[in-house]
Design a protein. Structure first.
Lengths: 245, 245
């Protein structure tokens, strides 16, 4: 027995795209393969307006949602996957080959929304962007080739996702925490750590990313996340109400 | 036991490409996935020169070979595969899904050169172009979506080809006829048919394509092609030397 792939549960998230042609190409690949939810984080403003208003712009593009941060763009997703072509970069995340990663994404899509992140044309995803991801997927490249262009990377990843139009039926799965919830946990935890002096004010950005990855690695079920939030809020109230120094 | 995929045996053939950005994107996808032989048939001249001379143009592009016809561009290949995204067009060829077609191409690459044809951005491959193909491969598209852009179509097809880096070892295969030889057979046969009055002068283009498909369907071994050529030349000499009317 097979479950149909829920294409409308995938959010393709382009982080700070610069080139309107790439935006258009990404949208075109999406509609070509049957995906509809495009989210754009902090786009280079002129590029986004140009691409959107182009004659014959895909409906996917005119319907695209804009977000000021990755955190907000992935808040409703239970799985956040980053894409990378770089092989020599030091990564803090598990890295999956495209075909295996796509299989996991298909499985997750049967029950809840998944975000697939693509970085900007020049620099890819930043460490801050990556810290929102559960794991990374590598777009294959040969030897020391530079990365693909954005439209092609989107096309290849989406093609792999729809390559088999069905996935094996999965057991009734436990409901996973949304990224909005895990992000709340991260922030409460960070706040608690800063307030308590564990994290130095100057080092907070690296610490935040490290924490975020930690929480994502736990792959929390939704009720567990609620439990964590309750606990952290209590801790936070306590550390904030205690006298300094 | 597995045989390594011979990427350098694939010829990516772009037929009358118009847009320099697409040429650049196709070349980039090729080098990204490890392919090196780009052939361009009858390109829109300015586009080809522009793409070729672009700063940072891929080596694949500067090394690209130019041909005046599809026949010449595929002459050294034993398998010629056309790509199409269109589903409603009436086709005279077997049509393969991308994943199955790629498997056959990989198998053929272990022994001899294969051409993969992509049509122009607007109209795809013409019937004349298609008549040089043994079969067609469909780049998947959702519902009634228009075709992908050329760079993305090339990227997706090449990705599927390298998706598994190896193919099962094949038995020692019989050597197949090159497209140069099968084209010679086609032309000799057509000449013979025209001279003998079977093909009307006005109907020769459709007849030529029909013949070409016929010969390709036979999937001839190299020695058989030689035999055919010998026979046809003899026939041709005969029909030409007999008095008209």
């Amino acid at each position: 027995m097979t479950t149909p792939l829920k294409l409308d549960r995938l959010r393709v998230v382009l982080v700070t795209p610069h080139n309107p042609l790439n935006l258009g190409a990404a949208a075109r690949a999406m509609s070509n393969f049957g995906f509809s939810h495009l989210r754009v984080v902090n786009p280079y403003d002129v590029a986004f307006r140009t691409a959107r208003s182009a004659v014959g712009a895909a409906k996917v593009l005119t319907d695209a949602q804009e977000f000021p941060s990755v955190a907000e763009a992935v808040a409703d997703c239970t799985l956040v996957v980053g894409t990378t072509a770089v092989r020599h970069r030091e990564l803090h995340h598990p890295l999956q080959r495209l075909e295996y990663g796509a299989r996991q994404i298909r499985k997750q899509l049967t029950s809840s929304p998944v975000a697939l992140l693509f970085g900007s044309e020049k620099v890819g995803l930043s460490n801050e962007d990556l810290s929102h991801c559960h794991w990374l997927m590598r777009v294959p490249a040969y030897g020391d080739q530079i990365s693909m262009n954005l439209g092609q990377a989107v096309a290849v990843c989406l093609y792999e996702l729809i390559r088999k139009g069905r996935t094996p039926s999965t057991r009734a799965k436990e409901k996973l925490a949304t990224s909005g919830k895990t992000e709340l946990i991260t922030r409460n935890l960070l706040d608690a750590l800063q307030t308590s002096g564990y994290v130095k004010p100057g080092a907070s950005s690296a610490a935040e990313e490290k924490l975020r990855r930690l929480i994502r690695r736990h792959n929390m079920a939704a009720p567990d996340a609620e439990l964590w939030l309750g606990m952290l809020r209590q801790i936070l109230w306590k550390v904030k109400s205690s006298p300094t120094g």
